[in-house]
Design a protein around this ligand. Structure first.
Ligand SMILES: Cc1cc2nc3c(=O)[nH]c(=O)nc-3n(C[C@H](O)[C@H](O)[C@H](O)COP(=O)(O)O)c2cc1C
Length: 343
C-alpha cells in the first residue's frame, strides 16, 4: 500500500496530531476537506473519547484522516517523581492547587485504543514515542490502515521500516510539542542536526515516503523540506491560531505576544523533552527530570489553574521554532497556500 494515501492527497500537507486540547475533530476535518491529511490526537484521551472524535470527523468529511497513538514506555522512577513533586510544592501553593498522587505506569489506554482502531479502522494510524512491532503493523495492514511512525534519527527510521511502516513522520528538533523519539532520554541540544540535515540522513537510510515535520512555517520552508526528500510536509504550530484549533486563549495570546522571544526544549511540564515558548515555569525548573507520563499528571492541576487564571507563566505553550509565522486564518487557507506552493 506504501504511500497510496499520501499520493491521493490534493495537497501534500499533513496536520500534526496535537494532544492536550489543540487538536480537534473540526481542525482534522477542515484539513482533510481542504485536500490535506488531517490527524486526531488520541494521546491523554480514553478510547471512548477517541471514538467520539472519530465519529465527528466522519460526520464532517469523507476524506482520509489519521489517528495518532502514544506508544507506552517504561514506568517513571518513583524517587525521581517524588523529588520533583517536592520541587513543585511552591508552584502548587502559588496556583492554589494540590499535587495529585500520580500513576507511574499509565499506558494511555493503549489496548482499548488498539482494539477500537482495529475493530473500526481509520485510513491512517500513526505512532509516536516508540515503534509498533511487526505483528501490530500487520494487523493494521490487514484492516486496510496505512501506518506512519514518528522518527527522530536514521536508526529509528530503519527500525520503523523493518517493522513495516508505510511512511515516516521525520521530526526535526525545531518541532513544537514533544519529541517523538523512541526513548525519552535521548539527549537533545545544540549539536543536533536540523530538519533538513535529518531528512537527508534518513533519505540515505530508507526508501519509505517521508513526511517532514518541525519548524516548517511557510511555503519556502515546505519547499526546502521537499527538496531534501520529503513526500509531504507536516505542520502543527502553523495551525494553532486557526479558528478550528482548540488552543486555549492563553496559548493563542502568547503565540502573538512579542514578549515571548524564544522557544526552549524542556522536561518541566511532562517529563519528556518538548518545545514550547520560553516562560517562567521552564526557566524556574531547568533541571526537571525525565519521568513521563508521571510528571505530566503531576503538573496537570498547576497547568489547568494557570490557564484558568490567564497566566501564561505556568502552562506549557507548545510551539515550534517558526511560531512567529503562525497566523489567525482558516485551516483550509493554510493547506491551500502551502499546497499551491508545492504544486
Ligand atoms: C500543541 C502541540 C501538540 C502536539 N501533540 C502531538 C501529539 O499528540 N502526537 C504527536 O505525534 N506529535 C505531537 N506534536 C508534534 C507534532 O507531531 C509535530 O512534530 C510538530 O508539530 C512539528 O513542528 P511544528 O509544530 O513546528 O510544525 C505536537 C505539537 C504541538 C505544537
Amino acid at each position: 500500500m506504501p504511500d497510496r494515501i499520501l499520493d491521493s492527497l490534493a495537497h501534500p500537507v499533513v496536520l500534526s496530531p496535537m494532544a492536550g486540547g489543540s487538536g480537534t475533530p473540526e481542525l482534522c476535518a477542515a484539513v482533510s476537506e481542504a485536500g490535506g491529511l488531517g490527524f486526531l490526537a488520541a494521546g491523554y484521551k480514553t478510547a471512548e473519547a477517541v471514538a467520539a472524535e472519530i465519529e465527528r470527523v466522519r460526520a464532517a468529511t469523507d476524506r482520509p484522516f489519521g489517528v495518532n497513538l502514544f506508544v507506552p514506555g517504561d514506568p517513571a522512577d518513583p524517587d525521581v517523581v517524588e523529588a520533583y513533586a517536592a520541587e513543585l510544592a511552591p508552584e502548587a501553593e502559588r496556583y492554589g492547587v494540590e499535587l495529585p498522587d500520580v500513576p507511574l505506569d499509565d499506558d494511555d489506554d493503549w489496548d482499548a485504543k488498539l482494539d477500537l482502531l482495529l475493530r473500526s479502522p481509520v485510513p491512517v494510524v500513526s505512532f509516536t514515542f516508540g515503534c509498533p512491532d511487526l505483528n501490530l503493523v500487520d494487523r493494521f495492514h490487514d484492516v486496510g490502515t496505512t501506518v506512519v511512525v514518528t522518527v527522530t534519527d536514521p536508526g529509528e527510521a530503519v527500525a520503523a521500516v523493518v517493522a513495516g511502516a508505510d511512511a515516516l513522520s521525520v521530526q526535526g528538533p525545531e518541532a513544537g510539542g514533544h519529541r517523538g523519539s523512541f526513548v525519552p532520554r535521548k539527549p537533545y541540544g545544540r549539536s543536533e542536526p536540523g530538519l533538513l540535515d535529518l531528512l537527508a540522513a534518513v533519505r540515505a537510510a530508507v526508501r519509505t515516503p517521508l513526511i517532514a515535520a518541525g519548524g516548517i512555517g511557510d511555503a519556502a520552508a515546505a519547499l526546502a523540506a521537499r527538496e531534501a526528500g520529503a513526500a509531504a510536509v507536516q505542520f502543527g504550530t502553523a495551525f494553532l491560531l486557526t479558528p478550528e484549533s482548540g488552543a486555549s486563549a492563553v496559548h493563542r495570546a502568547a503565540l502573538r505576544d512579542p514578549r515571548f522571544t524564544s522557544t526552549t526544549v524542556t522536561t518541566a511540564f511532562s517529563g519528556r523533552p518538548a518545545r514550547g515558548l520560553t516562560n517562567r515555569f521552564i526557566l524556574d525548573h531547568p533541571d526537571a527530570p525525565v519521568g513521563y507520563p508521571a510528571v505530566h499528571h503531576l503538573t496537570t492541576p498547576i497547568r489547568r489553574a494557570a490557564v484558568a487564571q490567564g497566566d501564561p507563566g505556568g502552562v506549557n505553550l507548545w510551539a515550534g521554532t517558526a511560531w512567529r509565522l503562525a497566523e489567525e486564518r482558516p485551516a483550509a487557507d493554510v493547506v491551500r497556500e502551502i499546497g499551491r506552493a508545492l504544486a
